[in-house]
Write a protein that binds this ligand. Structure first.
Ligand code: ADP
Ligand code: MG
Length: 368
């Protein structure tokens, strides 16, 4: 596969206008940015360009305005924060105010690239979408992967191509169906899979356990059974905690009574999962172990996060909610890489490529 063109592969940018596709999809509360991590994350690329004399024009989506202007998703709060962090940067209005963005309309692409001399993609979280601002500009402009995007690709491709063994993937979160494709792909890469979170109950059901009112996707039970019958070890919880039929906090084994609901892995499972993480040399974690937003059901996720921080393994965390949990426990700096793109990171692991990356490799300045 061709290498991604990097910033160094752009023609001189002095006095040029460079369109930078950033991921400024920040969390907002009543028009205020609650976490500016994504704005700060774009600074290395923006600074690199500005130091070389470029005029930087950033463009991003924000939320889901569904193809029409919506003041609730205006880029104005981002524009104010950006002006403080990187004076002199221009910022286009929310790309998704125009249906041409998600529709990858050539006319919208033409408007985006008008007056631009080069294009940089630093929006890893959107690289799995064939949207206009992602795949359009590299068709005509000299293009490059920004620092953030390049680092994501380096780390995640490394997990696919040369992980140090034992390589363990820990998966959680709510839905099996969301992650079934990647589970399949990961089983080809890892030495063992650990499954917690809401998705473990469909697996427990596939083993014939009653699971009460826990999350379950009946149409995925056969697929789970097939995965469990495969050659790679899949670790499932040996105990769970949740609510009993009376709505009281309770601990269960792997068989839940009628009306009970499993909402976190139990302490025995958490300790066992932590041991697997501590013994590994590469760990990928995606998806919380339980309903961690409720403090009663955060213990499993917290134990796993602590093991991610303590292990000597190379540790990668993907997924918005897992990253949020890690940050909440104050452990975000103790893992090797926190991916900024949940869906994009899983899709890159599953397929080995993304539309946004393929587009950059086809750019006029990319090496053959
Ligand atoms: P990520 O964003 O890290 O990829 P997901 O979006 O797949 O993770 O899933 C995260 C959500 O799953 C969280 O809101 C969490 O509360 C929920 N969840 C985890 N375990 C359970 C469970 N046992 N029952 C219900 N919801 C759960
Ligand atoms: Mg999520």
């Amino acid at each position: 596969m061709n290498k991604l063109p990097l910033l160094e592969d752009l023609p001189p940018v002095d006095g040029r206008r460079v369109l930078v596709r950033t991921d400024f999809n920040v969390p907002l509360d009543d028009g205020r940015i609650t976490d500016d991590f994504r704005v700060r994350a774009a600074l290395p690329t923006i600074t690199w360009l500005q130091e070389r004399g470029a005029t930087v024009v950033c463009a991003s989506h924000l939320g889901r305005p569904r193809g029409k202007p919506d003041p609730a998703f205006s880029m104005e709060p981002v524009r104010r924060r950006l002006a403080e962090l990187a004076p002199g940067v221009e910022l286009l209005e929310n790309l998704r105010f125009d249906p041409g963005e998600e529709g990858n309309d050539p006319a919208f692409v033409a408007r985006l690239v008008e007056g631009m001399d080069a294009y940089v993609d630093d929006a890893f979280g959107a690289a799995h979408r064939a949207h206009a601002s992602i795949v359009g500009p590299p068709q005509t402009l000299p293009s490059a992967a920004g620092r953030l995007l390049a680092r994501e690709v380096e780390v995640l491709s490394g997990l696919r191509d040369h992980p140090r063994s034992p390589f363990v993937a820990v998966l959680g979160g709510a839905k099996v169906s969301d992650k079934l494709g990647v589970i399949d792909a990961l089983l080809g890469l890892v030495d063992a899979l650990v499954i917690g979170g809401g998705m473990c109950f469909t697996f427990l059901a596939a083993l014939g356990n009653p699971i009460g009112d826990s999350l379950c996707e009946p149409d995925q039970i056969d697929a789970c059974r097939r995965l469990l019958d495969g050659p790679k070890p899949i670790h499932l919880p040996s105990d769970v905690v949740g609510l009993d039929p009376a709505g009281q906090f309770a601990t269960f084994g792997t068989r839940l009574p009628d009306g009970a609901k499993g909402l976190d892995i139990g302490p025995g499972s958490a300790a066992a999962f932590a041991d697997v993480v501590l013994d590994a040399r590469t760990v990928l974690w995606n998806g919380p172990m339980g309903l961690f937003e409720d403090p009663r059901f955060a213990a499993g996720t917290k134990t796993l996060a602590q093991a991610m921080a303590d292990t000597k393994a190379f540790t990668v965390v993907g997924g918005g909610d897992s990253a949020a949990a890690l940050a909440e426990f104050g452990l975000a700096d103790d893992v090797d890489h926190v991916s900024t793109g949940g869906g994009a990171s899983l899709e890159l692991l599953e397929l080995g490529d993304l539309p946004g990356l393929a587009a950059l490799r086809e750019a006029p300045n990319a090496h053959a």
